[in-house]
Write a protein that binds this ligand. Structure first.
Ligand code: NAP
Ligand code: MG
Length: 475
């Protein structure tokens, strides 16, 4: 754990183990943080707040740039660690580290653009202006699926705004978090500005982070259930909250789109991170005129994916994070098949000798999905592409919007009119039109409904860490 500028050693304390999901082997052990540790971390963050928020944005930008350079310098080491600890293929791990460094660089620049305004008054002797101030101490809780970029997506705008931070990373990927905090704090950053608590039982630490009156803002990425709980706790104290939660992305393919191109896109985005992405397509709607060609391309591509440990050179799809994730996927597949869905490929757990100690599920394509199936409503978070066909009589936007989630949606079409319709009618926070990667450090990311509150990335991302003050002057 990193508190007040020091890596603390706890030889006598209870530790928890970080495990490789590809083979069950232990990778390392970490101190199991307690509520008292969380209080000490908040002490440090609160003590450093005033001086940090008073530094010049150019000073903070310089530190963020140095942090980005360190993360980039350590890319190979952290990528290998991420492949081992989280499971994704090395190439994807490298991409994630580049994305993580992008947040540090982008918010280094944005720190210098925390502008206020002057506002004309109705009174001749009055002037108005606004100034922006750091909200204060920030508590950040992050998930395991993108274990480094979810840290910088919060930490970079928080530090740029002048906030100090206490991070609680996911139990499954603490070594990745440790490597990132190492790189970020190997800079002239003052003690106490960045703190990290590792733990295996998050409720006690989480409760302190959310209820301690010195914490002004909670930023959380994870499941909708936990996000709802945190928001309720934070609501009691009227704290600022940002929540990036689950998703259930529709993927619409119109008959004016190239079915082969669309199917390649669907295969790439669906099996990215073994389907463990909040923006993963969960319902793929294909126009009946091109359905069969789309499905045959998708199934062919899916069956060619190579499952294995992300660290092996030819592996294109890694393990799921744990046994519970396998069971959820298995349950959704069995439910769909029992209700009439057709398996085009996959559908079973992979237990060949070299995979049997890990959590592997065959990349799967199901067709004939209907709204009576679990997979139609429940986030899958696994390697299952669920396809259904639609025709001109269907209200495709009503079908796509038929979810409590509202994070990402994808549309394939050559029509400008349909592109605009999609933009205006889909109730999702992120829309990819002929584009499977509608994300960037420079662009806002976030959802509606059960997908959360607020935006990360872009200029919206820093405003989550700023409080606007209005000043009226009588002259
Ligand atoms: P999770 O179980 O909600 O965990 C997320 C984080 O919250 C972890 O650090 C976890 O600690 C912690 N946590 C759990 N219970 C807590 C409590 N009572 N108080 C405080 N903290 C608590 O979610 P997950 O399974 O790791 O992540 C998968 C979910 O995240 C999916 O639904 C996915 O869609 C969503 N996600 C969303 C985005 C986005 O940007 N919208 C991005 C990535 C993931 P432990 O690890 O110790 O349990
Ligand atoms: Mg846990």
């Amino acid at each position: 754990m990193y508190i007040d500028g020091c890596w603390e050693q706890f030889p006598d304390r209870q530790h928890f183990v970080s495990v490789n999901p590809a083979n069950g082997q232990a990778l390392g052990s970490l101190p199991d943080g307690t509520a008292e540790d969380a209080v000490r971390a908040i002490d440090a963050a609160a003590a450093s707040l005033q001086s940090w928020s008073a530094t010049s944005p150019y000073f903070r930008a310089d530190i963020l740039q140095k942090a980005a350079a360190n993360v980039t310098r350590e890319r190979e080491t952290i990528a290998e660690l991420m492949s081992l600890e989280q499971g994704k293929p090395l190439k994807a791990a490298r991409n994630e580290i580049n994305y993580a460094a992008d947040f540090l660089r982008w918010y280094a620049e944005e720190a210098k653009r925390i502008y206020g305004r002057t506002i004309p008054s109705a009174r001749a002797d009055q002037r108005f202006l606004t100034v922006q101030a750091a909200v204060g101490v920030v508590a950040a809780i992050t998930p395991w699926n993108y274990p480094v970029s979810m840290i910088t997506r919060k930490l970079a705008p928080a530090l740029a705004a002048g906030c100090t931070i206490v991070l609680k990373p996911a139990e499954s990927t603490p070594l990745c978090a440790k490597a990132m905090i190492d790189a970020i704090t190997d800079t002239p950053i003052p003690d106490g500005v960045v703190n990290m608590i590792t733990c295996s039982q998050p409720a006690a630490v989480g409760e302190i982070l959310v209820t301690d009156p010195r914490v002004a803002k909670i930023t959380f990425t994870g499941s909708t259930a936990v996000g709802r709980h945190i928001a309720a706790q934070a609501g009691q104290a009227l704290k600022r909250v940002s929540l990036e939660l689950g998703g259930h992305a529709p993927f619409i393919v119109y008959d004016d789109a190239d079915p082969v191109h669309a199917a390649k896109g669907a295969a790439l985005v669906k099996f990215l991170n073994t389907g463990q992405a909040c923006i993963s397509p969960n319902r793929i709607f294909v126009h009946e005129n091109i359905h069969d060609e789309f499905v045959s391309t998708l199934a062919a591509r899916t069956s060619k994916l190579q499952a294995g440990s992300g660290i092996e050179p030819d592996v294109t799809v890694g393990p799921l994070i744990n046994e519970a994730a396998i069971q959820k996927v298995e349950n959704q597949v069995n439910d769909a098949v029992s209700k009439g869905a057709v398996l085009q490929t996959g559908g079973f757990r992979l237990d060949e000798p070299h995979l049997s100690d890990g959590h592997f599920f065959a990349p799967t394509v199901l067709t004939g999905i209907t709204d009576s199936m679990l997979i139609y409503r429940e986030e899958t978070f696994g390697p299952v592409a669920a396809v259904m066909s639609f025709n001109d009589d269907d209200d495709i936007y009503a079908l796509a919007n038929d979810t409590h989630y509202g994070l990402a949606a994808y549309v394939y079409t050559q029509s400008l009119q349909r592109s605009y319709e999609a933009m205006e009618k889909l109730k999702f926070g992120i829309i990819g039109i002929n584009d499977i990667n509608p994300t960037s450090a420079a662009a806002p990311f976030g959802g509606t409904g059960d997908s959360g509150l607020g935006r990360e990335g872009g200029m919206e991302g820093i405003s989550e860490y700023l409080e606007t003050k209005t000043v009226g002057l009588s002259i």
